[in-house]
Ligand binder design. Structure first.
Ligand code: WT7
Length: 570
């Protein structure tokens, strides 16, 4: 597909090459308070600063779902987050404590998240679909002291395994306090909307933990610090192209990094009106949301665009989506096909952006003032150096495939893998290059092209699933002796999870058993982690040290050569 020319109009970034050349992180930091005071707080910078500087009455949050329809100004967000901070302070939350939030999207989720940050606590948002095992791993590893959740999610929290968890706040007006289980809502009502003092922190102090999957082991806690705001703010300007009067909608849930970096921090640092729509994906609901709020800037994901695409162009015509002026995507490769569709039905180029939980903010992107080459992730943001390197950390020339790597030292870089310093170090072992785990190449003109994951991490419907986690859950099922899990290409979901299973003696393959195993993973881990396909074998290919060779499974599945089998057991 041919290139789409730069978009005309007044953009925050007008000349990419010039911006790269003249770039200096210091000039961005000067726009934020800590440059003056030496101390900072993300929640102050995102909310209070605007409430105190002429935006008190601007809507900061439009929230709606099937039952609620509300809006909050910057002044109100300041007051509600103060209330939440006071509620948390009352139950003993102080700087550095981990406060986890496990609930569906609602205004209260955002009040609590900001309130906890105002106290200098480290927030940990958990996606509402997580089941007991996933919740346990995260609360246990982080040593969470407070959990904010809803009564219906309580059964997925294994309290007996969590001695460090001291208090639970429940978001439900009809809940009656019981011991350390306290109702959130009446406390918010009663709390003062003034906060004695925000906890002013250093830019290197902890802000947020997002757990993410790798190819081995349990999910790891990626820690980001307050300094990340420098990059959130910068990219909100140059990538999201946000301006004061924008109505912005990021469709991601705060349980994932996109939903905080660009569903909370970026837009509010930039002082725009942020739309949050609760409930599940539905094409009519999404189009209605854009139409109803006159959304101008829309950030979503390839899998969502593909689902909208399959809902048909006729549906799009029923809505007035003419408010849209900038559309972006993240999470998986954005198919040229989808880019073409975007131009056709919305008259909008969809701007692909590449980044990861670990990078904390956008890294390689397309900009309104730059030509789009459909299928390419774009070019590094001003201030970031990206390259393709070999396995020794040597930079490769254009058009050679290799490791997509980033030069160490960008502001939103993760600062730790929680409880796992050894793991953290492994990311930076190659000459100061952060190795992303993705393979890519760069063309002669500096555009980056995604090729695939180097490890076995599965991206399904934009969510990252660690094969090892699914395999571990599978072998807990009494019928399963061995399991190997791979991602199988899928036109809508990007990849689906396919499990190869060897059954224990005495069990036989049947549809009932398949369904039982699927449910077992679904109930133990999360719906999106359950295998959509299963194949049964008498044994699985393993290395001599007993590791399942997913590479071989994948080769079988895709009818590819299996490659070097010298480490395989007989
Ligand atoms: C992995 C990171 C932070 C965004 C949400 C996902 C894949 C991300 C793209 C893109 C191709 C992409 C990569 C990356 N990915 N964006 N534009 N094109 N692949 O965050 O769960 O930490 O996953 O998502 O494989 O490494 P995540």
């Amino acid at each position: 597909m041919k290139a789409l020319p730069a978009k005309e109009g007044k953009h925050n970034l007008t000349n990419y090459e010039e911006a790269v050349e003249q770039f200096d992180w210091n000039s961005i930091e000067k726009e934020l308070s800590w440059f003056k005071t030496g101390k900072i707080n993300m929640a102050y910078e995102a909310i209070d600063r605007h409430a105190e500087n002429g935006k008190a009455n601007q809507v900061a949050l439009y929230y709606s779902d099937a039952r609620r329809d509300e809006s909050y100004t910057y002044q109100e967000m300041k007051e509600y987050s103060n209330k939440a901070a006071n509620v948390l302070k009352d139950i003993g939350v102080t700087k550095g404590d981990r406060v986890f939030i496990f609930m569906p999207r609602s205004p209260e989720l955002y009040f609590v998240l900001l309130g906890a940050i105002k106290l200098g606590a480290i927030v940990g948002p958990l996606f509402e679909a997580f089941m007991e095992g996933a919740v346990r791993d995260r609360l246990e590893d982080s040593g969470a002291k407070v959990l904010v959740t809803t009564p219906s999610l309580l059964e997925r929290v294994p309290f007996s395994d969590l001695p460090e968890l001291k208090k639970v706040l429940l978001d439900d007006k009809s809940y009656n306090d019981q011991d350390s289980f306290l109702q959130l809502n009446s406390r918010l009502d009663d709390a003062s909307s003034e906060l004695d003092s925000i906890e002013w922190v250093d830019k290197e102090d902890g802000l947020i933990l997002h757990y993410t999957s790798g190819s081995t082991g349990k999910p790891k806690g990626v820690l980001h610090v307050h300094e990340a705001m420098v990059q959130h703010y910068h990219t909100a300007k140059v990538v999201l192209d946000l301006k004061d009067d924008d109505i912005y909608w990021c469709t991601a849930d705060p349980g994932w990094v996109t939903g905080t970096s660009y569903g909370v921090f970026g837009p509010w640092l930039a002082g725009v009106t942020n739309v949050v729509r609760g409930g599940r994906f539905s094409p009519t609901d999404w189009y209605e949301t854009i139409q109803r709020y006159d959304v101008t800037v829309w950030y979503s994901a390839p899998t969502a665009f593909r689902m909208l695409m399959s809902a048909g162009d006729e549906l799009v015509k029923k809505y007035d989506l003419s408010s849209l002026r900038h559309v972006l995507s993240v999470g998986e490769p954005l198919n040229p096909e989808v880019v073409r569709w975007g131009v056709q039905v919305f008259d909008q180029r969809i701007h692909d952006t590449w980044w990861m939980t670990e990078t904390g903010a956008q890294m390689i992107c397309n900009y309104p003032a730059m030509e789009i080459r459909p299928g390419s992730m774009g070019k590094p943001i001003p201030g970031v150096q990206a390259a393709i390197v070999d396995d020794k950390g040597n930079e490769l020339p254009p058009n050679r495939m290799g490791n997509l790597a980033i030069k160490e030292g960008w502001p939103s870089m993760m600062r730790a893998v929680w409880n796992n310093e050894a793991k953290y170090k492994t990311y930076f072992e190659l000459n100061g290059w952060y190795i992303s785990g993705d393979s890519a190449y760069m063309d002669e003109d500096g555009y980056f092209w995604f090729q695939g994951r180097i490890d076995d991490v599965i991206m399904t419907a934009g969510e990252r699933v660690g094969p090892f986690e699914v395999e571990s859950k599978l072998v807990e099922h009494p019928a399963v002796a061995e399991a190997g899990v791979i991602g199988k290409p899928d036109p809508v979901r990007g990849e689906i999870i396919k499990a190869f299973i060897a059954l224990r003696e005495g069990y036989e393959v049947s549809d009932d058993l398949k369904e039982e195993i699927r449910q077992f993973v679904k109930n133990g881990l999360a719906a999106h982690a359950a295998p959509r396909e299963m194949e049964f074998r008498s044994s699985l290919p393993k290395t001599r040290s007993g590791k399942i060779m997913r590479r071989v499974l994948k080769a079988w599945e895709l009818d590819l050569p299996t490659g070097d089998l010298s480490t395989m057991e007989d």
